[in-house]
Design a protein around this ligand. Structure first.
Ligand SMILES: *[C@@H]1O[C@H](CO)[C@@H](O)[C@H](O)[C@H]1NC(C)=O
Ligand SMILES: *[C@@H]1O[C@H](CO)[C@@H](O)[C@H](O)[C@H]1NC(C)=O
Ligand SMILES: *[C@@H]1O[C@H](CO)[C@@H](O)[C@H](O)[C@H]1NC(C)=O
Ligand SMILES: *[C@@H]1O[C@H](CO)[C@@H](O)[C@H](O)[C@H]1NC(C)=O
Ligand SMILES: *[C@@H]1O[C@H](CO)[C@@H](O)[C@H](O)[C@H]1NC(C)=O
Length: 560
């Protein structure tokens, strides 16, 4: 929990003109309290920083994404190759030259670039980094055996390069908190309840034994940024216990990056085990803490990697997020552009909506608002919420899981594809909406879709573990089903689904089980009393359009 924020406006008043060039003036620079301050970094220690160079044609990229993702457009499915994306967004000659010259003039020459030329990853000593980025002061912090170098103060860049950079990575944002998916305590007799297993999911979402992958060269991925890893033996054990009723694979085809030094973890096992249960018999990759320095911003490293690989799985599921208000606008805007770059290539990115409902931000004395989370709030990803069974003893219909993340962005405005759905919700439910001061009705609203997120069985460290919950479970479940549909499309010679939302919203809930009951968490205060938004017929900011009815969804998405 981040409780304190540094007031940048005060700092700026005292800034000398030489370092007036802040790229991320609104970035939270406070290191969360679960990190221990070790001390100032040795000036000769090496750091790795990521420079996000200004791209060209971002508007054209956005328009292209709209055209290739809108089923009513003649360009639907005409995805771009990485080369084509590169020639679209690649920074101008002048930008590349100015940035390289600036780095070289500080003696920074150990840099790697990517295919799209819009990121540079450079290694330099702390002493050089602090000179290059006036204001920065690097310290070492540790948490559970993980050690990182971060700056305790905001950085600036020279005026000459200011207009050529979006941000510099590796100074402020820290790896996500060590968390395990929540294990809800169950008071009642545990013997008879329906713990979620692959068979339960496949029954609920109407997957038959024949609904497994068969297309050549279809693939899916989970991206994990954890201090834990999935264990291949756990996956094999899980499949031997729970995979009897359907054709499946029991091995990951490719691990990209290094599996951390930690233990096999519940969350790491969860993603892999469940994407391979709905997306059964489909080649699966795991992206895990990629990059040369494992303590760098792992999520950013993954994004950089996507711009450097021409051959990628079609579907990626990711359970990672941070409070929008802790991140700089420049960073979120640029990451959003990176999502567009993936989308135009036909890649579907599915993010977990989060496990804190609407969230809560304390703005002042007795003044709260909901707290949207990014990347869940990006208009260019598909965000997945969570549900539970109405009757925990039966595979029946689903209601809201109160942890399901959802709400309205304060950064991204509402994309066209969802305007009518969201307006209809706001209108229908007007009388029972939380006070307007808690959320921003002009923002991108999420999630888009949902699936069960409660009471999963996971095998971790060879032991089957019950009661595992979170949208990190529902996200790979939906991802696997999207992969199955992609496989059917590829077999018919159709392009992959790519960025799903424009097409998903045009279905208007067709082929999905609408979730209409229950509310998720919000602020624990007098005004809203722990309640965020509530589910309602059709789209809502708790469960999106609802959960997949696979055969109908397949039929709806198998045309053109
Ligand atoms: C991108 O890939 C190329 C080879 O294809 C490699 O030389 C380069 O170092 C990679 N960049 C990064 C940032 O890893
Ligand atoms: C799918 O599941 C629902 C509810 O479990 C059921 O009513 C329906 O008949 C099933 N089949 C199809 C094709 O929708
Ligand atoms: C599993 O996938 C492979 C292709 O990767 C395919 O040849 C095989 O037929 C599939 N199995 C089933 C039961 O569809
Ligand atoms: C597609 O197939 C080729 C050749 O078998 C393989 O090298 C490549 O990794 C596959 N791509 C994906 C994304 O699975
Ligand atoms: C509400 O969201 C819009 C973007 O949709 C943004 O421009 C505006 O600043 C937000 N308002 C607040 C109070 O955060």
């Amino acid at each position: 929990m981040k409780t304190l924020r540094l007031s940048f406006s005060v700092l700026l008043l005292f800034a000398s003109p030489a370092w007036s060039g802040y790229l991320e003036y609104d970035q939270d620079v406070l290191i969360p309290q679960d990190w221990t301050h070790v001390g100032r970094i040795d000036p000769s220690e090496e750091l790795q920083l990521t420079f996000a160079l200004k791209q060209q044609n971002v508007q054209l990229l956005e328009e292209t994404l709209r055209l290739v993702s809108d089923p009513d457009s003649a360009q639907y499915g005409k995805h771009l190759s990485l080369e084509e994306v590169a020639s679209l967004v690649c920074p101008s000659e002048i930008t590349q030259k100015v940035v390289r010259h600036w780095l070289q003039s500080h003696g920074v020459s150990d840099c790697l670039t990517v295919h799209t030329q819009d990121f540079l990853q450079c290694t330099m000593t702390a002493k050089v980094a602090e000179r290059l980025l006036p204001g920065s002061r690097f310290h070492r912090f540790s948490r559970d055996g993980l050690s990182i170098a971060r700056s305790s103060a905001p950085y600036s860049v020279h005026d000459d390069v200011h207009q050529h950079l979006d941000f510099v990575g590796g100074l402020h944002r820290v790896p996500p908190p060590r968390k395990n998916p929540s294990k809800k305590q169950q008071q009642s007799n545990t013997g008879l309840h329906v713990g979620v297993t692959p068979a339960v999911l496949r029954a609920r979402y109407n997957l038959t034994a024949a609904d497994v992958g068969s297309a050549q060269n279809n693939s899916q991925a989970v991206a994990q940024f954890l201090e834990q890893y999935y264990h291949p033996a756990d996956l094999a054990e899980f499949m031997s216990m729970f995979g009897r009723s359907f054709q499946h694979l029991s091995k990951v085809d490719r691990v990209v990056g290094t599996q951390g030094g930690g233990k096999a973890g519940l969350e790491a096992s969860l993603d892999v085990e469940y994407i391979m249960s709905t997306g059964a018999n489909i080649s699966t990759w795991v992206f895990t803490n990629p990059g040369r320095h494992e303590t760098q911003e792992p999520f950013l490293q993954w994004m950089v990697l996507l711009s450097n690989m021409s051959d990628l799985p079609w579907v990626h599921t990711i359970s990672y997020g941070d409070d929008e208000d802790s991140l700089s606008t420049a960073y979120m805007m640029r990451i959003n552009t990176e999502f567009m770059k993936a989308g135009v290539r036909g890649i579907s990115l599915l993010f977990a909506s989060g496990d804190s409902g609407a969230g809560c931000r304390h703005m002042g004395k007795e003044q709260n608002s909901f707290r949207p989370s990014f990347p869940a709030s990006s208009p260019y990803v598909t965000t997945v919420g969570g549900t539970s069974f109405k009757n925990p003893f039966k595979v029946t219909y689903e209601v809201t899981d109160y942890i399901s993340g959802g709400g309205f962005s304060n950064v991204f405005s509402m994309p066209n594809y969802q305007v009518s759905a969201v307006q209809a919700y706001l209108k229908t439910i007007a009388a029972s909406l939380p006070p307007k001061s808690y959320f921003n009705t002009s923002g991108r609203a999420y999630p888009d879709i949902a699936a069960l997120s409660d009471n999963y069985w996971v095998v971790s460290n060879r032991v089957p573990v019950p009661w595992v919950s979170g949208t990190s479970a529902s996200t790979p479940v939906v991802g696997g089903m999207i992969s199955l549909i992609n496989g059917q499309r590829l077999s018919k010679g159709l392009p992959a689904l790519g960025f799903l939302n424009p097409r998903l919203y045009k279905l208007k809930g067709q082929a999905l089980f609408d979730v209409t009951e229950g509310c998720h968490l919000g602020c624990l205060d007098e005004q809203v009393q722990g309640k965020g938004f509530c589910a309602a017929p059709s789209w809502d900011p708790v469960t999106g359009w609802g959960t997949p009815n696979y055969p109908e969804l397949l039929a709806a998405l198998l045309t053109e």
